[in-house]
Design a protein around this ligand. Sequence first.
Ligand code: HEC
Length: 166
Amino acid sequence: MRRSSLAVGFFLSAMLAAGCGGKKSEGETAAPSPSSTPAAAATGGTSVLATSRYDSGPRAGESPVDEAKAAQGEKLFQTKGCTACHAFGKRVTCPDLAGVTQRRTAAWMENQILHPDVMTKEDPIAHDLFAKFSLQMPNQKLTEDEARAVIEFAKHKDKGAAAAAH
Ligand code: HEC
């Protein structure tokens, strides 16, 4: 789990510069190749577990929504850069977050938000997403509490979508 924060910081800015989504100008090359990521070097290998250790148990959306936290999470989702890459109900070049709380556990989501670089190396689900989207989600430096608020926001979005479908 150890990694040089300097290297990750550099990687983060490289990723942000590369962007993710519709605003990128044409002709730019895609994200740096996975083999050149400093995180890969820092973790000393890329052994991927067969099953995700964070994804067993009830899905995040099965627990009640804390609406106060969800409101806080909505703001964080905008201010912490998530909207550059993610939306609900719309897939740009990063995963569509609609239904994410029905797909994943809260623990998995929290780890993905707090340690996305480690997750793509060590967690099979994140690794698959990384293979599919060819982009490493950068660490947006949220606290645990902020990550949990964002998860409440995602739960709120999914509950709203389920209600609208009825
Ligand atoms: C530079 C683009 C980018 C930014 C910024 C970003 N992400 Fe991601 N996110 C990704 C990519 C790409 C993946 C797929 C895993 C990978 O390749 O790293 C992902 C995966 C995820 C997943 C799992 C999706 C699924 O289908 O299981 C969640 C949840 C998530 N991101 C939440 C966030 C939140 C919350 C923020 C803001 C704090 C954020 N992301 C910021 C690109 C981004």
